[in-house]
Design a protein around this ligand. Structure first.
Ligand code: ADP
Ligand code: FRU
Length: 362
């Protein structure tokens, strides 16, 4: 692999790993949302593999980005073995998963045709969640087969933070072509020093991204400074007082790593992304949502958006803050790639909304 100072890097395989939860989604499609305590006839009923990270894997694979899933896979019950089979059918490897004799989680979903909403009742059952110890035991600090590792923030925040830290501080593929000591001398603040060194090493390790979706996760903010790319969901941003995607990226950028890219999708309003051009200046780019579509299934729209963005960033060999060595200024290419990624993410997510499930995404 070769690296240049303008951020171009020769990734070996462009392979992604998504770390998070797996569940089965039982989907009921209704013409309009049922009244409480009513007895209503549905329009369709099916089940599919679910969970943010597994949906990311499904869409990445459909976009031809090779992808592995890592998480706990239950082995108890018919649904558990169905999930494992479905991963295989989709071409997503589960080789690194931890198998446990537990039942998998499930979700009951109501898709309402007239409003386009998806209402999810998630039931964690035996609560299978990956721990840092299990993650560490599996990889022992060697993440060299991945270009990108994406984490879904689950309720065990300290474990997810430790896993991300393990990737950030893993053994580098090659010695970076810059002098850490020199950079540290040049930098202004302590935070800037640490963040700049971690970012300059990003070309020699997998890029780390994090999706924060669930508003109820306590201490979610503590995980934000562990990733190169941070995805904030509309629901999370709303719960923290934001009213649109631009406001959200601006609000959370200061608590992310200095050179992180922060991205927020906002339903039919599209998406926004932000990053620092230099320590004093923030750049925000936006994308509209796919226009004039007829929404039939918005379940997993956010997950499809994240997959579309990661797919683009991997293809374009994106490295956050790639040209920091050149006077601490991020290049124009950086802006183009980030914009291209959120535009593509919105296209994939919009397309997904027009069909049931994910099979029609190619
Ligand atoms: P989720 O609620 O699944 O986290 P969002 O509702 O924020 O996700 O939607 C994610 C992306 O899906 C949006 O950025 C947009 O691109 C697309 N999307 C969602 N709803 C619509 C819609 N009604 N029209 C067009 N695109 C949509
Ligand atoms: C969609 C989804 C579903 C799952 C739920 C978990 O984003 O991942 O597949 O049931 O969210 O919260």
């Amino acid at each position: 692999m070769s690296t240049t100072r303008d951020g171009t890097v020769g990734f070996e395989n462009g392979k992604v790993m998504c770390v998070g939860l797996a569940c089965v989604d039982f989907v009921n499609v209704v013409d309009s949302f049922p009244q409480e305590d009513s007895d209503k006839r549905g329009e369709r009923y099916y089940w599919q593999r679910g969970g943010n990270a597994t949906n990311n894997c499904t869409v990445l694979t459909k976009l031809s980005t090779p992808c592995d899933f890592m998480g706990v896979l239950g082995t108890k019950g018919a649904e558990a073995s169905w999930i494992a089979e479905d991963f295989e059918k989709c071409g997503v490897s589960t080789v690194h998963c931890v198998r446990k004799n537990v039942q998998c989680s499930s979700a009951t979903v109501i898709l309402s045709i007239d409003s386009g909403t998806r209402t999810i009742i998630f039931y964690p059952r035996d609560q299978p969640q990956l721990t840092y110890e299990e993650f560490n035991k599996e990889f022992k600090g060697d993440f060299s087969s991945y270009s990108w590792i994406h984490f879904e923030l689950t309720s065990n925040v300290p474990d997810v933070c430790n896993m991300m830290n393990a990737v950030l501080t893993c053994e580098l593929r090659e010695k970076p072509e810059f002098d850490c000591e020199e950079l540290q001398e040049d930098s202004h603040s302590e935070r800037e020093k640490v963040d700049t060194v971690l970012t300059m090493q990003a070309s020699q390790r997998p890029i780390v991204s994090l999706e924060i979706e669930k508003p109820e996760i306590e201490d979610a903010e503590k995980s934000m400074d562990k990733a190169d790319v941070v995805f904030i969901s509309k629901d999370f941003a709303k719960s923290r007082g934001c009213t649109d995607a631009v406001e959200a990226v601006k609000k959370f950028q200061p608590i992310c790593r200095l050179w992180a890219t922060v991205i927020c999708a906002w339903g039919e309003c599209g998406a926004a992304a932000s990053y620092l051009e230099n320590p004093e200046s923030l750049c925000v780019v936006t994308s509209p949502a796919l226009a004039n579509i007829s929404v039939v299934d918005s379940l997993g729209a956010g997950d499809s958006f994240v997959a579309g963005v990661i797919h683009t960033l991997v293809r374009r060999q994106f490295i956050p803050g790639a040209s920091l060595g050149q006077g601490g200024v991020v290049t124009e290419r950086h802006k183009q790639v980030v914009e291209e990624a959120i535009v593509f993410g919105c296209k994939v997510a919009g397309l997904k909304c027009t069909m049931f499930g994910y099979d029609g995404i190619t």
